[in-house]
Design a binder for this molecule. Structure first.
Ligand SMILES: [Zn+2]
Length: 90
């Protein structure tokens, strides 16, 4: 299993400390080199910090679409690495 970059390391560790687990890491995307997928929603306590993440890390939220579930996450534009959390809020 690859590890996230140093910019995302603290969020990654915090998510794990909230009891979440990484279900997999997808690689070879066109824009992202690697995206880590977590098995639960972005913890409330982490969401505010994620929203205020500073560059090169940015917060993103993707609404539910017919063939893709809603998700929220963090993406490091410098390293092309992301953390993805499923989001039931669509
Ligand atoms: Zn990075």
């Amino acid at each position: 299993m690859p590890t996230p970059c140093r910019h995302l390391a603290s969020f990654y560790a915090a998510a794990l400390s909230h009891g979440l687990a990484v279900t997999g890491a997808s690689q070879g995307w066109s824009i992202a080199k690697c995206v880590f997928h977590f098995d639960g929603r972005l913890p409330r306590g982490l969401r505010a910090a994620a929203r205020h993440a500073s560059p090169p890390v940015s917060y993103y939220a993707v609404a539910k679409a017919p063939h893709t579930p809603a998700e929220t996450g963090l993406y490091c534009t410098e390293c092309g690495i992301g953390l993805s959390f499923p989001d039931s809020h669509g």
